[in-house]
Design a protein around this ligand. Structure first.
Ligand SMILES: *[C@@H]1O[C@H](CO)[C@@H](O)[C@H](O)[C@H]1NC(C)=O
Ligand SMILES: *[C@@H]1O[C@H](CO)[C@@H](O)[C@H](O)[C@H]1NC(C)=O
Ligand SMILES: *[C@@H]1O[C@H](CO)[C@@H](O)[C@H](O)[C@H]1NC(C)=O
Ligand SMILES: *[C@@H]1O[C@H](CO)[C@@H](O)[C@H](O)[C@H]1NC(C)=O
Ligand SMILES: *[C@@H]1O[C@H](CO)[C@@H](O)[C@H](O)[C@H]1NC(C)=O
Length: 415
């Protein structure tokens, strides 16, 4: 005989079964049409990485991100494609980053006048001394720092920032830019915002500060510090495609700690953005230190595999640190391949949404390709905002989304 307590526990568990079943039934096996469904290691029939292929026709054919993916597969050779497309280990996170957005659904409101709807973004970042660095962008999309763009297009970063200037969006430049940071800075338009990404490897605090000062002088207006690559992950697809492996005796070590973050926040002339936050605890620490913004990211699954999607991290923050999303600007990337996904993240409190692979893949068509890619996202987000009855992104809140299917799996932590 079961005791009454055991009975009610059993009943409580049983009531979860439909939710659990729904969760798994809803999860597609492959991550969707823009990820290749190919078995890793299969012989691939890619293009020749040939930038002389007709750009105009390809750019004109772009309707949405699927086309960008398909065109990139055709234009890149397997080495470069493998490097950009791949995640780490089993690539579970690569797929889940996108799939988790499918578990959240929009709740459109009707009969509102949405004729003046705008997706423009207007807020500021601050350095430790309280100096203001305004962000005035035509949309919340920004180019996530993503390195070695010269593999995709000659002087790739220059084409990328050219498109960002035309579109009025913020671009973050990777430490591993093919074009030197000061050359990129010199090519920047007056109306353009650039951020500089830093891997805090074996430098001293003084060297980090010097690094940041040189970026400020070169025209950058924030430093994005990447925290999530503390050693070289197993880049399965990249290595299988023929790129060089890392070895355990040559780790890529981030040696930064929270004390260093406090120091940088207090002393950096530029606002500090912490990239790679994946738990509510770290979001709280970053807010308490007072950095300019936090950036939820798992490096597009180029760091740890098997982690939560950034969207789940956002929900975890909402549940465990109520109010935090209004206290510090939150940026997010990972699976933002549609205006719809961007809208969902923004309704949940994200201020800006980052694009990594979309930029690299669009860059296979040079500046015109990147511009067309961002134009399609701009269109999609603008329309989606109107379709849910919104006039501005600031107006959106969690009442515009149903997140129950993910919420059911977000714990309340006892801290
Ligand atoms: C939209 O903008 C026009 C022109 O500024 C203005 O006359 C109109 O009242 C606005 N509509 C709404 C709903 O804000
Ligand atoms: C941006 O916001 C500031 C202060 O909130 C305001 O003064 C300014 O007019 C806004 N700029 C635009 C372009 O909306
Ligand atoms: C903000 O950007 C818009 C165009 O996107 C421009 O018209 C406006 O002058 C800018 N405002 C500031 C304060 O830079
Ligand atoms: C094509 O790919 C190779 C690597 O396989 C790279 O070294 C080269 O720079 C690429 N060419 C162009 C024009 O981007
Ligand atoms: C910024 O300046 C560039 C070059 O002067 C121009 O092409 C572009 O349209 C401007 N962007 C915006 C959003 O005003």
């Amino acid at each position: 005989m079961l005791s009454t307590a055991s009975m009610s526990r059993l009943l409580a568990l049983t009531s979860l079964i439909p939710l659990v079943c729904a969760q798994f039934a809803a999860r597609p096996l492959s991550a969707g049409p823009w990820f290749d469904g190919r078995v890793q290691g299969q012989a691939l029939d890619y293009g020749q990485n040939d930038t002389s292929l007709d750009v105009e026709t390809d750019v004109a054919s772009i309707i949405d991100m699927r086309d960008v993916w398909t065109i990139a597969e055709r234009r890149l050779n397997s080495i470069v494609y493998g490097r950009i497309a791949g995640g780490t280990s089993n690539e579970d996170t690569l797929h889940w980053n996108v799939d988790s957005y499918r578990e959240v659904h929009l709740r459109p409101r009707l009969l509102r006048d949405i004729t003046n709807a705008s997706i423009a973004v207007n807020f500021s970042l601050y350095n430790g001394a309280g100096e203001e660095f305004p962000i005035n962008a035509s949309s919340p999309f920004f180019f996530a720092p993503s390195g070695s763009q010269g593999l995709v297009w000659p002087d790739g970063e220059l084409a990328t920032i050219g498109a960002a200037a035309e579109a009025g969006v913020v671009a973050a430049i990777s430490s591993f830019s093919t074009v030197a940071y000061d050359v990129v800075g010199a090519a920047k338009s007056d109306n353009q915002t650039l951020w500089a990404q830093l891997y805090p490897t074996t430098m001293t605090r003084a060297e980090w500060l010097d690094w940041i000062k040189t970026r400020q002088e070169a025209g950058y207006s924030a430093t994005v510090i990447t925290l999530d690559v503390v050693s070289d992950p197993l880049e399965s697809r990249n290595w299988r495609a023929g790129n060089e492996h890392a070895t355990l005796d040559a780790p890529f070590l981030n040696i930064i700690t929270w004390d260093d973050v406090q120091y940088l926040k207090d002393n950096s002339p530029l606002p500090i953005v912490l990239k790679g936050i994946q738990t509510y605890e770290d979001a709280v620490l970053a807010r308490d230190i007072g950095v300019a913004a936090i950036y939820l990211s798992n490096h597009g699954n180029r760091a740890a595999d098997g982690v939560q999607s950034p969207l789940e991290v956002l929900l975890e923050i909402r549940k465990n640190a109520p109010g935090l999303v209004d206290e510090i600007p939150i940026f997010i990337d990972g699976g933002i391949y549609t205006g719809t996904n961007a809208l969902k993240a923004i309704a949940l409190g994200a201020k800006m949404v980052g694009l990594g692979r979309p930029v690299q893949f669009a860059l296979t068509m040079g500046q015109a390709g990147v511009k067309k890619m961002i134009d399609t996202l701009y269109y999609e987000l603008h329309q989606q905002l109107q379709l849910v009855g919104g006039n501005s992104l600031d107006e959106l809140d969690a009442s515009y989304v149903n997140t129950l299917r993910l919420d059911a799996f977000i714990p309340t932590y006892s801290s």
